[in-house]
Design a protein around this ligand. Structure first.
Ligand SMILES: *Cc1c(COP(=O)(O)O)cnc(C)c1O
Length: 355
């Protein structure tokens, strides 16, 4: 993994001056393909439906996180940091991606975890986190996580903090790049300009960055962020702020961008969280089943199922082209998993009561 400004990122094609100034590490294989999901569209009665295959963003672990980490870990490395810390639910995709890539770059990675509903997938995720070299800390709830974070910082003051979901200013830049990348695919004729783009909202950096990137490229596509969390859920103002922080960082790096003036087509769709973050909903599970059966797309019930479910309901009986942003990795770490007793003691209880 070299450190460089890439000629082959949409962002650096658009703003060559930024490529020279914002540090970045190569973690992704871009662009990710766009495919058409005709069978789902037919069955659900939507207009032409396209899928951005960001599940394939990296050969090690895909989804939306590696895009953010290219810039967030690039900044950590350029700043001479040797250790990063991040946060997530027990089944965190973001924590796994951060630990996996940080360790490969030679950085230590602390992951502080809070509760979410425990199932086989979550238990496996804890073992995967351990396998890729994460140092795990059980915070249980938000105050507990804050306490753990303070302890780690007291021991290692020069730890780079990667916020939950990777939605730092640098992380958002990676998602602006993704928006510009999609715009290039539209201009190459790989898909028509989508009327709406549906993407899951956890911390909101992905939706915000995409909206900013599409706006910079002059597309009229509206980003519909589907809220899937009730743990510090972002509101529309927060999404707007995230987008502008990313834009301001680009401006500081020399891009001719007026962060205040960029007109964002971005909305937050609520009503799909169900009983909370990580809890299944009927509509979400239906969408996961449909995607698997008709297109062989592997979604999950925490983010992408709820998002596709929202799309299918809202686009029913409409005929404009729309895009589903597949933010869930279809690549998973391989190799033997450690046994759960190897996890730090506080996690053992999660394995001793089977449910
Ligand atoms: C983290 C995650 C998201 C949410 O991205 P945010 O930028 O935090 O809103 C969406 N989908 C999947 C699969 C994720 O892991």
């Amino acid at each position: 993994m070299e450190r460089s400004a890439f000629a082959d990122r949409a962002l650096t094609r658009r703003f060559p001056e930024v490529g020279a100034r914002l540090p970045c590490v190569r973690l992704c294989d871009l662009p990710t393909p766009v495919t058409r999901a005709e069978k789902i569209a037919l069955e659900a009665g939507t207009g032409p439906l396209f899928v951005k295959r960001d599940d394939q963003s990296s050969t090690l672990y895909g989804g939306n996180k590696p895009r953010k980490l290219e810039w967030a870990l690039g900044a950590a490395q350029a700043g001479g940091r040797q250790r990063v810390m991040t946060f997530g639910g027990l089944g965190t995709n973001h924590g796994l991606a951060t630990a996996l890539f940080a360790v490969r770059l030679g950085l230590a990675c602390h992951v502080v975890l809070v509760d979410q509903p425990v199932d086989a997938h979550v238990r496996r995720r804890l073992q995967e986190l351990l396998a890729v070299g994460a140092e795990l800390h059980y915070g249980k709830n938000l105050p507990g996580a804050a306490l753990q974070a303070l302890r780690i910082l007291a021991r290692h003051p020069r730890t780079e903090i990667v916020p939950t979901g990777g939605s730092s200013d640098t992380g958002v830049v990676g998602c602006i790049d993704a928006g510009l990348e999609l715009a290039e695919q539209v201009s190459r004729g790989e898909l028509p300009e989508p009327a709406r783009l549906y993407v899951a909202v956890g911390t909101g950096g992905t939706a915000a960055g995409l909206a900013a990137g599409l706006a910079l490229a002059g597309l009229r596509t509206r980003v519909v962020g589907v809220l899937v969390t009730d743990i510090l859920p972002p509101n529309p103002r927060k999404l707007d702020r995230l987008a502008r922080r990313g834009l301001r960082l680009l401006a500081r790096a020399g891009a001719p961008v007026e962060a205040k003036r960029v007109a964002l087509e971005l909305e937050l769709e609520t009503g799909h969280v169900g009983n909370g973050y990580g809890h299944r909903t009927e509509r979400g599970s239906w969408a996961v089943e449909l995607a698997e059966r008709l297109e062989g797309l592997h979604l999950e019930t925490t983010y992408t199922g709820k998002t596709l479910g929202a799309l299918l309901v809202r686009e029913q009986d409409r005929d404009e082209p729309v895009l589903f942003w597949n933010s869930y990795s279809s690549v998973h770490p391989e190799g033997p998993l450690p046994d759960w007793p190897d996890l730090p003691r506080p996690f053992h209880a999660l394995f001793q009561t089977e449910s």
